[in-house]
Structures are given as structure tokens and as C-alpha cells.
Design a protein around this ligand. Structure first.
Ligand SMILES: Cc1ncc(COP(=O)(O)O)c(C=O)c1O
Length: 391
């Protein structure tokens, strides 16, 4: 039998892309019993029943075929109404919105439509693990902009400006942020917007955690003066509506960019899942009260968890949004990876090493507090025991 030389067949891109650092820890944790996982980036709630029923009804009524490429018109209208009501943004459902297969596909489409080989994309870090690889897949060069713990991981305009070159085309922002929970208020966003306008850049604003803002209402950078025409808004149903498995997100932005993204979407995805779109329509129409209840619960858990981290000696700023705490482990003298691995092995608590999220993440761990209060309490007890042996 002839041997197949896999090396020959795999593309350079596939060979060069690194596996996600988060997966390694999930795989380790999955092999163990009695693990408390603060590792996953998804709600611990199940999707609201009315949303599930809307999907059942879609199936019963035979809505099992493709939808329009850009998504069901009723859903795009609902997204448009929702963005106006919550964030004072106005987008035309027919031309300025595309329903995507999760925010993940929205990010991919945006980069593919806007990035040429050699273009630089500024990404504030620590940030979601997918951004830099997706920029690379599109042929671009991800340029990290480090937001530091001293400013509670808020991105400062001077940090952004320092990284701009004549190759810079796009700025990727994610607030509330994964993994730090950092948020930016209107004034802070205004200063970032000034830099973006001064250098004639576009912004990709991933606002998937917008609803999960605990202290102040979320402000979209697209709502800042003159920014709508240079912002692509990315969002989705995974986090706020507890719908990660439904794979639904969306893009909203100026028609010229959205239509270019739609061309790519037509060839690569055809449309987002139709049954899920019917569920999402129900979520936007009748689901916001449930979001409020979940947000109240996340807020309580954040308050408990962050205070408890500080009490046991893990210094932690208070995150304004998302459902992650990002405490410092500097004083232990261990790397983030060592800390996460030893904590998992000794006390069976799964967290994610901050280093996987890029610059500024080393010396921190990401703990998701989208876990039951019972599990959060147990995790704190176990972490306390772990620290007591080392501090
Ligand atoms: C910042 C951020 N953007 C996008 C996504 C992907 O979301 P989706 O499930 O809608 O693809 C995630 C998931 O963790 C995320 O944290």
C-alpha cells in the first residue's frame, strides 16, 4: 500500500495555524471526574422555553428550507428594531444587516471582505482567541495592542495610536471584553473614535456581550458621532440569550461593506440555520425579560466571585461586563499555564490561562462565573486551599 504524504497535502495555512489554547484545558478537564469548570465561555442557563417552542413550531410548519441569504426578513427587521431600542442605532433590514452562523462567522466574513494581504489589523489584547488567527486566515497581519491591568484592561487611545502605521486598515474592538470583562463608557469610546477618525480607519466592534453590562448601560461605538459609517457591528444570540448551540449571530454596518460580505456569505454559507432563526425571532420579540433575569443573576455571581477572589488573595478588578473574572496570579511566581494545570490536577478546578488571550494575559487566569453559586462557592474553597499551600 502506498504511503500518503500528509505533509504534501496540508496547506501552509492549516499547518501554521496554532490550535486554540483553551481546547487543551478542556480536553484535560474532560478526562477527570468531579471537576468544577470555570473554563467554558458560555451561559449555564438553557435557552428559554418560548424560544425552543418557536423552533419546534418552525419545524412543524415546514420551515425547514434555506432562508434568504441575508436571513429571514422578519428576523432582520427584529434585529434592526432591537438595535434601535437598546443602542440607538438605525440599520436598514434589507441592505445593512446579515444574519450569520454565530458571531464567529460574522467575524470571519468581516475580515475576509475587508482585509487584503499585508493589511494590518489592530487587536486590543487580551482578547478572544479567534481574532488573530482569523485575521491571518484572511491574509492580514494581526497587530496586538496591549491593554494593561493597571487601567483595568480598558484600551487607552494613546495605546491604540502608538500602533498605527500606513498599513493599518482596521481596528477590532470587543467591549464588554472576553476575557477581562472590561467595558468602555461613552467618553472613553469617544476618545478611541477620535483616533480612528483621525487615521481614517474602520472599526469591527464585537458587541456580543453588550447585554451583559452590569454597572452602566452599554454604549456602541457605532452610536458615537460620525462612527456609524466606519463601524461594522458584530453581535449574536449565544451569550445574552443563552443560545450558543443555535449558531446565530449578525453583522450590521454600512451597505457597501455589508453587501460585499453578503457576496462571500452566499458562496460559503448560503444562509444561517432557518429553524434557529425562527427561535431567534422569538428571543428578540418576547425574550428580553429573560435576559434581564439572567443579567441579574450574573451580576450577583460577579459580585460574589470577585469579592471572594480578592479575599483569598487573588487580586481582581471588578469587571463591568461579560461573565469573566480575570484575577492576577503574579504573586505566586507561576506562569498562567502552570497555575491552571496545577489547580486542575490538585483541586479539580478548571480555569483558562490568561496567556492564551495574548499580550497582557500572562500572570492572569480567566474564570467564568457563568456557573451555579454552589459551584462558585466550592471553586473558591478549593482555590483558597490551593493558594494556602503556596502563599
Ligand atoms: C468575544 C466573542 N466573540 C464572538 C464569540 C463567538 O460567538 P458565537 O457563539 O456567536 O459564534 C465569542 C465566544 O466565546 C466571544 O467570546
Amino acid at each position: 500500500m502506498s504511503q500518503v504524504s500528509t505533509k504534501r497535502y496540508l496547506s501552509k495555512t492549516a499547518k501554521n495555524i496554532k490550535p486554540s489554547g483553551i481546547r487543551r484545558f478542556f480536553d484535560l478537564a474532560n478526562q477527570m471526574e468531579d471537576v468544577i469548570s470555570l473554563g467554558v465561555g458560555e451561559p449555564d442557563f438553557v435557552t428559554s422555553w418560548n424560544v425552543c417552542e418557536a423552533a419546534y413550531a418552525a419545524m412543524e410548519n415546514g420551515y425547514t428550507a434555506y432562508s434568504a441569504n441575508a436571513g429571514l426578513m422578519e428576523l432582520r427587521e427584529a434585529i434592526s428594531g432591537y438595535l434601535t431600542k437598546q443602542f440607538k442605532l438605525r440599520y436598514q433590514p434589507a441592505s445593512e444587516i446579515i444574519v450569520t452562523t454565530g458571531a464567529s462567522q460574522a467575524i470571519d466574513l468581516a475580515f475576509r471582505a475587508l482585509v487584503d494581504p499585508g493589511d494590518e489589523v489592530l487587536i486590543h489584547e487580551p482578547s478572544f482567541v479567534a481574532y488573530a488567527p482569523i485575521v491571518q486566515l484572511a491574509g492580514g497581519i494581526p497587530i496586538p495592542v496591549e491593554a494593561s491591568a493597571e487601567s483595568a484592561f480598558k484600551l487607552l487611545p494613546q495605546q491604540l495610536e502608538a500602533k498605527i502605521t500606513d498599513k493599518t486598515k482596521l481596528v477590532l474592538l470587543c467591549f464588554p471584553n472576553n476575557p477581562t470583562g472590561a467595558t468602555l463608557d461613552e467618553t472613553e469610546l469617544g476618545k478611541i473614535a477620535e483616533v480612528v477618525k483621525k487615521h481614517d480607519l474602520l472599526v469591527l466592534s464585537d458587541e456580543i456581550y453588550a447585554e451583559l453590562s452590569y454597572d452602566k448601560a452599554h454604549v456602541s461605538i457605532a452610536s458615537i458621532h460620525d462612527m456609524k459609517e466606519r463601524t461594522i457591528l458584530i453581535s449574536g444570540f449565544s451569550k445574552a440569550f443563552a443560545m450558543t448551540g443555535w449558531r446565530l449571530g449578525y453583522l450590521a454596518g454600512p451597505e457597501v461593506f455589508i453587501q460585499a460580505m453578503l457576496k462571500i456569505h452566499q458562496y460559503t454559507m448560503m444562509c444561517a440555520p432557518t429553524i434557529a432563526q425562527h427561535g431567534a425571532l422569538e428571543a428578540l420579540t418576547n425574550g428580553l425579560e429573560d435576559v434581564t433575569k439572567m443579567v441579574t443573576s450574573y451580576r450577583q455571581r460577579r459580585n460574589f466571585f470577585v469579592k471572594a477572589c480578592n479575599q483569598i488573595g487573588l487580586e481582581c478588578h471588578k469587571p463591568g461586563g461579560a461573565f469573566y473574572a480575570f484575577p492576577s496570579i503574579h504573586k505566586l511566581g507561576l506562569s498562567s499555564e502552570e497555575f491552571a494545570e496545577e489547580l486542575l490536577k490538585e483541586e479539580k478546578v478548571a480555569v483558562v490561562p490568561g496567556s492564551v488571550f495574548g499580550l497582557g494575559g500572562q500572570g492572569h487566569i480567566r474564570c467564568s462565573y457563568a456557573a451555579s453559586m454552589d459551584n462558585l462557592q466550592k471553586a473558591i474553597e478549593r482555590m483558597d486551599r490551593f493558594l494556602a499551600k503556596r502563599i
